[in-house]
Design a protein around this ligand. Structure first.
Ligand SMILES: [Zn+2]
Length: 114
C-alpha cells in the first residue's frame, strides 16, 4: 500500500472502531443483564449499537467529505501529496498542521508572516 492508500484507510479506521466498540458494548450490556429502570438490557444494547452506528457513519461521512475536498484540491497538501490535518497547537502554542499520509508537520503561517 502506498502512503495515500494508507492515509485513506487511517481516516476510516476510527469509524470502524466506533462501530466495533458499540457492538462490544451491546454484547457487554446484554451479558450483565442489568435493567435500567424500565429499559431492558436488550433495548439498551440496541440503543448502544444504534448510537455507535450513527457516530461511525457520521465519522465516515466527515472523512469522505474531507477526502472529496482534498481530491478537488481544496485541502492543503503536503509535499508528499497527502492531506494536511486541521490546525493544531503545540506546547509553545504555535499553530501547526500534520500530514495525514507521511506524518510530517509544518508550522502554520511560518512562511507567510501570519
Ligand atoms: Zn506528507
Amino acid at each position: 500500500m502506498n502512503r495515500i492508500s494508507k492515509m485513506v484507510v487511517r481516516m476510516y479506521v476510527p469509524a470502524a472502531a466506533i462501530a466495533v466498540g458499540g457492538f462490544a458494548t451491546a454484547e457487554a450490556v446484554t451479558r450483565t443483564g442489568r435493567t435500567l429502570g424500565e429499559i431492558t438490557p436488550q433495548r439498551l444494547a440496541s440503543l448502544a449499537f444504534l448510537l455507535a452506528i450513527l457516530l461511525g457513519t457520521a465519522w465516515a461521512l466527515h472523512s469522505t467529505w474531507r477526502l472529496y475536498r482534498w481530491a478537488r484540491g481544496r485541502e492543503l497538501r503536503c509535499a508528499c501529496g497527502g492531506m494536511m490535518s486541521r490546525v493544531r497547537y503545540d506546547r509553545q502554542r504555535q499553530k501547526y498542521r500534520k500530514c495525514l499520509a507521511c506524518g510530517g508537520t509544518s508550522l502554520e503561517g511560518a512562511h507567510c508572516g501570519g
